[in-house]
Design a protein around this ligand. Structure first.
Ligand SMILES: [Zn+2]
Length: 111
């Protein structure tokens, strides 16, 4: 039986709060920077602001490891984002699962 780990949860809450402060400070600095910039520089700053954020809802992504594959997960919309090669790694490991079949079929269709 797995017991809940209140100490581990508190540690995660503390890390999350520290990350929130870091990202709030970073966003404030980038928003200050965007004022008075030309269009090309604004594009660069906008990309910096989007880093580490969910492409669907804009909330901050958190890193997690599932089956030794690193994922970025959104706590708000529950979206999961994979880096290049990670879907392949997962599908190879789960070759007989729906994910493996989906990936194999999509490879067939793209040839
Ligand atoms: Zn999201």
């Amino acid at each position: 039986m797995h017991e809940k780990d209140p100490f581990g949860d508190k540690l995660k809450d503390k890390e999350r709060a520290e990350e929130d402060l870091y990202f709030a400070k970073r966003d404030r600095e980038l928003l200050d920077k965007i004022r008075g910039q030309d269009e090309a520089s604004r594009e660069v700053t906008a990309r910096d602001l989007a880093k580490g954020r969910c492409p669907r809802c804009g909330d901050r992504l958190t890193h997690r490891s599932i089956e030794r594959v690193d994922i970025d997960e959104c706590a708000s919309c529950r979206g999961i984002w994979l880096d290049q090669g990670e879907l392949e790694a997962l599908s190879r490991r789960e070759s007989e699962s729906w994910l493996g079949r989906l990936f194999r079929n999509s490879l067939v269709h793209t040839r």
